[in-house]
Design a protein around this ligand. Sequence first.
Ligand SMILES: C[S@@+](CC[C@H](N)C(=O)[O-])C[C@H]1O[C@@H](n2cnc3c(N)ncnc32)[C@H](O)[C@@H]1O
Length: 321
Amino acid sequence: MSTSKPSKPYEIFNSTCYGLAGVNDNSLDAVITDPPYGISFQNNYWDKDLPNRQIWQDCLRVLKPGSFGLIFSSIRLMHRLMVDVEESGFLIKDVLFWAYLNGMPKSRDLGLEIDKELGVESKKVGKYRYVQGYKKGGAENYSAGQEKYRYEPASELGIKYKGAGLGIKPAYEPVILVQKPIEKGLTVAQNIKKYGTGALNLEDTRIPYAKGETKVGHHPHPKGRVTANVLRTDEFADSYDKFFVVAKVRQHAEEFNDHPTLKPVSLMHHLVKLVSFPEQTVLDPFMGSGSTGVACIELQRKFVGFEVDEKYFQISQKRLG
Ligand SMILES: C[S@@+](CC[C@H](N)C(=O)[O-])C[C@H]1O[C@@H](n2cnc3c(N)ncnc32)[C@H](O)[C@@H]1O
């Protein structure tokens, strides 16, 4: 970050994050980021590969000793990302589990594929309307969309494998909690005194007790229980109210924002509160449409963000105001 005091509480760059150009060593208090997952999600050009390990080394350079970080990840490539982050010098502290429940299974009926392989025509068993994406309110709201036939396998082998597929429904996203080691020779308290970093903000992320809950330990804290490494959506109908609750946002949650992997600002609020304190500065090297930044500004934190794609950068500019 430039040494002159910025008039706005944020500084955002329409450029690659590699090198974190212009950001001073040991100058920021936390990193929260949702990087490319390397799974070609919806064929997005920027999601073909995991980030190069260099960016985690860059983050280590600009963070103060003891700073925490939260890095979203895909389930499939989390192990690679964790190795990259760890080998760059971060400590792996935990993995948060954001259970949103409404992911779409990316599978297909292998019974129908077997029919095709055998040259047998599958049976038409009715029609349905195909609408891409989720519609609130369930099937009855799928009135628009393209009419398509529903098929069932017809061959003997196809019938045996009817409904068999290749994948289960993805219902959670991992978020890796990392920390830059505290300064050598210092205790945690000395590190906090020197840099203001090294502590998770547990006080501001407590989960209020559920209504009518009585059994909460010998000395219940007035604000609730310590936040857990499970974050869940309000669609978890199990009356088990002990986790931070946040639903997945739909694409186009804001009319002008078509970022395909938009994160809910309420989720970002919780994460910002967990790894930073008011007036501290949070970095997001892959900010997309700026959800981390929006949460930071709303919570009196400062923000430094990078986004290489001009269109997403402009959306983030608009959101940050
Ligand atoms: C998963 S998206 C982040 C979405 C964000 N969480 C939101 O709510 O809008 C990752 C973003 O990283 C950007 N990106 C990819 N490579 C980058 C790079 N080298 N430097 C900066 N941004 C990059 C992509 O353009 C994409 O917008």
